[in-house]
Write a protein that binds this ligand. Sequence first.
Ligand code: GAR
Length: 213
Amino acid sequence: MLKTVVCVSGGGTNLQAILDAVEDGSITNVKIEAVISNNAGAKALQRAENNGIPGILMAPKDYPDRESFNVAFTEEMCRLAPDLIVLAGFLVKIPEEMVRRFDGRIINIHPSLIPSFCGVGYYGLKVHEKVLERGVKVTGATVHFVNEGMDEGPIIAQKAVTVEEGDTPESLQHRVMEQAEWVLLPQAIDAIANGRISVQDGKVRCVRRMEEA
Ligand code: GAR
């Protein structure tokens, strides 16, 4: 069983997709040990509680400076000792020390086709606002391993989504979630938990491509 910690900041619809996939058996070999949030009001914490999963609050604003938050956050993660950390809409940069300690064991979902519309300042609804401003016709989502950079780690899987005439940031966000994020993230977790995907020397190793799984 892959001991997994999910980190969240907001609504937690990706967390819900993971919980549903564990429940219906499309993710196997995974136990969600805890959900960590930087936001006490996150609906995601409620979703964790509804599923009997411990919720842990770790907010930078509760610490005197970023360094002490980073130390406390890394220590908490080491205490939990997960095999896999899933960033499911987690809007806090992962401390470099945590990336080193959990090298190759942290994955993130990003709501665009990386390397477009990613990096500093691109998160949540803002990504879809920028996509519409630029007028691109295709967007999507990406699951990737996390390294020290921002949205720069090795890519596990991507799925394209069409931008439609009259889209608002909200309608586009919902389509990207429904058609890409809620599909890709559970598939990636199942692939890692069952040894079909790993990362070595900064490159993703696939025993079988995810879409063939
Ligand atoms: C999701 O769209 C996720 O891809 C995005 O935040 C949203 C969280 O929604 N993550 C990022 O932008 C990370 N850079 P959720 O809380 O309903 O899963």
